[in-house]
Design a protein around this ligand. Structure first.
Ligand code: SAH
Ligand code: SF4
Length: 375
């Protein structure tokens, strides 16, 4: 084994058991260790009192349990907390804790930057730097849980739900996201039910099929447009997997999903995708594909240089009204942590673009989007 300590947050239970086996330890020891790490958020091996002293010493010499260092922490008036984590090489990613009456949700990042390059997303404008490791993904959850527990002075779980809706496209980092999901679901780990863990995707059709097979958690799909012409302009991935293909993949996912609907996210952009006719077109689209879905309308969160506008509240309400009127349950996402820029698409840690995505985005900004007819 090398001298660099192994970060045990990198492992799901099977991988931890295999690692422990290489140390000459039985699986039940890995189970105990996994529970200490994920259920009690312990990082000090010497405090893991039911492990043999010899094992604790081996662990101290070879392993660690560590979240990425925190560069900045901001707390909003409504209790939302945002952390900026340093993931090295000048890259930083964010996680956001959102307390509500009946739950605590953590929004987690999966990549430093994002290669999909959606027109309305601050992360997309930064371009892509690299995939996060499983330890960096789990580290956000582990750190946030530990922090909030200490803050509230409680020993029991505070984060009940996880959404992979931070920076990055989780299904473009499947190899590292999958063990993280498994640790979240494992009864010896976080023990979350599949409906409390949501993967949000911009429409990676092939990977949706794999997720359905491997670990079918709740799925949210970022649609943002009722037709291919507009979606091509907003979500470049659409040129590879057009809407009909995406809708078919959603239907197939439903055979495995923990709920009987898919959540469709729709970022409301003034004069672009918020016209009543576009709501009607969405209704027709869902009917054509017999897809059971709930809509989550996200008022656009502006960021510098986006060149786009938030839909006026009235228009968002009218849009929701049309969808609801057709029997499609539609909610409007409440902005949380407004005063600390913690909202969707505003998560903009520093990311070193190692691609030319930033330049591409700058060029694309000069191409006007067609404006939807106003009501
Ligand atoms: N890459 C994944 C998950 C991260 S983005 C995805 O695209 O689904 C999470 C959600 O935030 C997506 O629905 C995305 O469309 C939305 N979003 C991105 N930028 C936004 C912005 N500026 N305002 C509002 N929502 C935004
Ligand atoms: Fe990437 Fe999602 Fe942002 Fe699109 S919306 S650029 S897929 S993080």
């Amino acid at each position: 084994m090398s001298d660099v300590p192994v970060n045990l947050l990198d492992f799901d239970l099977d991988a931890l058991a295999a690692w422990c086996e290489a140390l000459g330890e039985k699986r039940f020891r890995a189970v105990q260790l996994f529970r200490w790490i994920h259920q009690r958020t312990e990082s000090d091996f010497s405090a893991m009192s039911d492990l043999a002293r010899s094992l604790r010493e081996k662990l101290t010499a070879r392993a660690c349990v560590a979240a990425p260092p925190v560069l900045r922490q901001s707390e909003a008036a409504d209790g939302t907390i945002k952390w900026l984590f340093d993931v090295g090489d000048g890259n930083a990613v964010e996680a956001v804790y959102i307390p509500e009456d009946d739950r605590g949700t953590l929004c987690v990042s999966s990549q430093a930057g994002c290669a999909v390059g959606c027109r309305f997303c601050a992360t997309g404008h930064q371009g892509f730097s690299r995939n996060l490791t499983t330890a960096e993904i789990m580290g956000q959850l582990w750190f946030a849980e530990r922090f909030v527990r200490q803050r509230l002075g409680v020993a029991e779980r505070v984060i009940s739900n996880v959404v992979l809706m931070g920076m990055g496209e989780p299904l473009q980092n499947y190899r590292c996201v999958l063990p993280a999901l498994r640790a979240m679901l494992d009864d010896h780990g976080w023990g979350m039910s599949r409906r409390r863990v949501t993967v949000s995707t911009s429409g990676m059709v092939r990977m949706m099929e794999r997720l359905a097979r491997d670990c079918p958690v709740a799925l949210a799909v970022s649609l943002h447009a009722p037709d291919d012409a507009l979606r091509d302009a907003l979500v470049p991935l659409n040129r590879k997997h057009p809407i009909d293909e995406l809708m078919a993949a959603c239907r197939a996912y439903l055979q495995h999903a923990p709920r009987d609907f898919i959540t469709i996210e729709y970022c409301m952009l003034g004069g672009v995708n918020d016209a009543p006719e576009q709501a009607e077109a969405l209704i027709a689209l869902l009917r054509r594909h017999s897809l059971r879905a709930k809509f989550n309308l996200i008022p656009f969160n502006p960021f510098p240089l986006s060149g786009l506008e938030r839909s006026p509240q009235e228009r968002v309400r009218a849009f929701a009204g049309i969808l609801n009127g057709a029997g499609i349950v539609t909610t409007i996402r409440r902005a949380r942590g407004d005063d600390i820029a913690a909202a969707c698409g505003q998560l903009a840690g520093d990311v070193r673009d190692r691609t030319r995505a930033a330049e591409r985005m700058a060029r694309r900004r000069t191409i006007p989007l067609h404006l939807a007819p106003t009501a």
